[in-house]
Design a binder for this molecule. Structure first.
Ligand code: SAM
Ligand code: DTB
Ligand code: SF4
Length: 348
């Protein structure tokens, strides 16, 4: 089987009919922590049914987005995010590298496109890029956009003029995660504040770039912190167009390396609640798929995930290879499309 088998084959329920509700499907924000906690605590089958019902009202059956990541500037980061193998404070074996050259990035983006990705996300291990860094990344964005890919970047904290510069270069999405609830944030990182993250998200939004913002499950947080993260995301006005939900990749040398593994059903619950509270967002089943197994991933898709990171590597850690994903998506009847049809009300 080749990756082209993923495209334009009969979806599991063809032809696709969208049932558009006359009214909003779920009560729109503000979401209380209690309401989110109540969703998280539902019997799993009821929660899956509710999430899939919301999902089908907004997206065609079987539709999935493939986004490829590339670390364009790796390691040596001055921040101390407890989960991250790229912090200079932790001995993880990641070697610091300088920003990649344009032709190297373009080659990787073309390969991602040829393999079937529609979005290309460039990550840099910066606390906050300098003016000259943003100028260089703008060149990368323009080149990748020129290949006909959607562009995304994650570079750390941005000033308003950086966001405008990236928008002008053709940046479609900016990834900047809130990662956990505000109450748990200082347990995970203390070189910046939650408000710093919110400020960058506001600058990105003001510049007219779509927001990609999510978090990590499995950092030792309590259930209330998981509910708190979803509340923060869902109560952003508007909520993010893309919501990556990561399962912690426990990297030796990081302070969180010995965290308790997440109960797979609890992870599925987080996906379902993200879908219910942010009905038109692309909910991405993100880091941690390599440790997850096919059946849990299938449950995540049932819960409303409709995007994955696609390619053998995340930033510095592994991801299922393209061949394995091709087989899995085919088995599950999930179909990537070269040109995503956007259902009414869907901004992702
Ligand atoms: N330096 C920028 C920043 O922090 O926003 C961009 C890169 S940073 C690696 C992007 C995101 O990757 C983090 O916010 C976090 O959600 C995720 N991430 C990093 N390490 C991870 C890990 N070990 N497991 C799961 N997600 C991780
Ligand atoms: C996101 O939410 N997850 C991605 C992307 N946005 C940048 C990063 C995952 C990183 C996993 C560990 C690593 O490979 O560095
Ligand atoms: Fe740096 Fe981003 Fe890693 Fe934090 S998550 S250490 S800011 S690369």
């Amino acid at each position: 089987m080749t990756t082209s088998d993923l495209f334009f084959e009969a979806p599991i329920s063809a032809p696709v009919t969208l049932h558009r509700p006359a009214k909003p499907v779920t009560p729109q924000g503000p979401w209380t922590i209690e309401a989110i906690q109540a969703l998280l605590d539902k019997p799993l089958m009821d929660l899956l049914f509710e999430a899939q019902t919301v999902h089908r009202r907004h997206f065609p059956a079987g539709d999935i987005e493939l986004a490829t990541l590339l670390s364009v500037k790796t390691g040596g980061c001055p921040e101390n995010c407890g989960y991250c193998p790229q912090s200079a404070e932790f001995d993880t074996g990641v070697k610091a590298q300088k920003l990649m050259e344009v032709d190297e990035v373009v080659r990787a983006a073309q390969a991602a496109k040829d393999a079937g990705a529609t979005r290309f996300c460039m990550g840099a291990a910066w606390r906050a890029p300098k003016d000259r860094d943003v100028e260089k990344v703008a060149v990368l964005v323009e080149a990748v956009k020129g290949l006909g890919l959607q562009t995304c970047a994650t570079l750390g904290m941005l000033e308003p003029h950086h966001a405008h510069q990236l928008k002008a270069a053709g940046l479609d999405y900016y990834n900047h995660n809130l990662d956990t609830a505000p109450e748990y944030y200082t347990d995970v990182v203390d070189t910046r504040t939650y408000q710093d993250r919110l400020d960058t998200l506001a600058h990105v939004r003001s510049a007219g770039i779509s927001v990609c913002c999510g978090g990590i499950v499995g950092m030792g947080e309590q259930p209330v912190h998981r509910a708190g993260l979803i509340a923060q995301l869902a109560n952003l006005n508007p909520y993010p167009e893309s919501v990556p939900i990561n399962s912690l990749v426990r990297v030796p040398g990081t302070p969180l390396a010995d965290s308790e593994p997440v109960d797979p059903f609890d992870f599925v619950r987080m996906i379902a609640v993200a879908r219910i509270t942010m009905p038109t967002a692309r909910v991405r089943l993100s880091a941690g798929r390599q440790q997850m197994g096919d059946a849990v991933q299938a449950l995540c898709f049932m819960a409303g995930a409709n995007s994955i990171f696609y390619g053998d590597k995340l930033l510095v850690t592994g991801n299922p290879d393209v061949e394995a994903d091709t087989v899995l998506l085919r088995k599950l009847g999930l179909n990537a499309r070269q040109v995503q049809e956007q259902p009414e009300g869907c901004t992702a």
